[in-house]
Design a binder for this molecule. Structure first.
Ligand code: 3NM
Length: 217
C-alpha cells in the first residue's frame, strides 16, 4: 500500500486495531486472525510495555503478523520502529511527538503512510505541513493500556480541528469500545483505534464486528 489519498485512507482507518505481544492473553497471530475475521480495516504492530519483545523475537513476530495482514489485504503499520518498518517494507509507520521529527521520518519512509499522535491544533498543523498523512488523537477516554498516557481529553481536539476546516484523516484513541465509539465519529473522527477492546475480548471476532457495526452505522 503506497501512500493513499486522504479519502481511501479515511476508509482504512475506520476500525484500526493496534496490538503487540504484551496486549495479548493468547497467541498474537491468533488474535490478529480473529480480529481480521471480525472486520478490522487496518493493523498496527505496537510492541511496548513490560515484557515487550526486542531484537530477533520482535522481528519474527512482526513478520508473522505482517504475512497475516498481506494474506488478508489489511494494511500493516508499525509503531515507532522506522528501521523495522523499512526492513519489512511495512505499509506505514505511526509516531508520537517524542519520536524523531516528522520531516525526518517522512524522508526515511518515502511514500509509506505516516501517522502521528497530536494533542493540540498547533501540533496538528505542524505535523501536516511536515508530511504526516493522518492524526491519532487521544486519550479520548480513560485507559490503562499506555504507560505515559496524557490526561483524558475527550473529543474536544477532534471537534476543534474539524471546525477550523482541516480535513486530514483522524482516528480517536484511548479507552474506546463498541459502546462509546459513536461520539468519537460524531465529533469528526474517521475511525477509532483500539487495543484492549479487541485484544482482551472473550470473543475477539465478535468484539471487532461490534465495533465495526457502531463505526460504520
Ligand atoms: N495511545 P486502549 S492511548 C497507544 O492517547 C495509545 O495517544 C494513546 O489502548 C494516546 O484501546 C493508547 O486499550 C492506548 O485504551 C490505547
Amino acid at each position: 500500500m503506497a501512500r493513499s489519498n486522504s479519502d481511501s485512507l479515511k476508509d482504512l482507518l475506520k476500525v484500526y486495531f493496534i496490538m503487540g505481544s504484551t496486549n495479548c492473553t493468547k497467541n498474537p497471530a491468533e488474535v490478529l486472525k480473529e480480529a481480521i475475521a471480525g472486520g478490522i480495516t487496518l493493523f498496527q504492530y505496537r510492541e511496548k510495555g513490560k515484557g515487550a519483545l526486542a531484537g530477533d523475537k520482535k522481528y519474527e513476530l512482526a513478520k508473522e503478523l505482517q504475512s497475516i495482514c498481506i494474506e488478508n489485504h489489511i494494511p500493516f503499520i508499525i509503531n515507532d520502529d522506522i528501521d523495522l518498518a523499512m526492513a519489512l517494507n511495512a505499509d506505514g509507520v505511526h509516531i508520537g511527538q517524542e519520536d524523531d521529527p516528522v520531516e525526518m521520518v517522512r524522508e526515511k519512509i518515502g511514500d509509506k503512510t505516516l501517522g502521528i499522535s497530536v494533542h493540540t491544533y498547533e501540533e496538528a498543523m505542524t505535523s501536516i505541513q511536515a508530511g504526516a498523512d493522518y492524526f491519532g488523537i487521544g486519550p479520548i477516554y480513560p485507559t490503562n493500556t499506555k504507560e505515559d498516557v496524557r490526561s483524558v481529553q475527550g473529543t474536544y481536539l477532534i471537534e476543534e480541528i474539524r471546525k477550523k476546516g482541516l480535513k486530514t484523516p483522524i482516528v480517536g484513541i484511548g479507552g474506546i469500545t463498541a459502546e462509546n465509539a459513536k461520539p468519537v465519529i460524531k465529533a469528526g473522527a474517521d475511525g477509532v483505534s483500539v487495543i484492549t477492546a479487541i485484544s482482551h475480548a472473550e470473543s475477539i471476532s465478535d468484539a471487532a464486528a461490534e465495533l465495526r457495526k457502531n463505526v460504520f452505522r
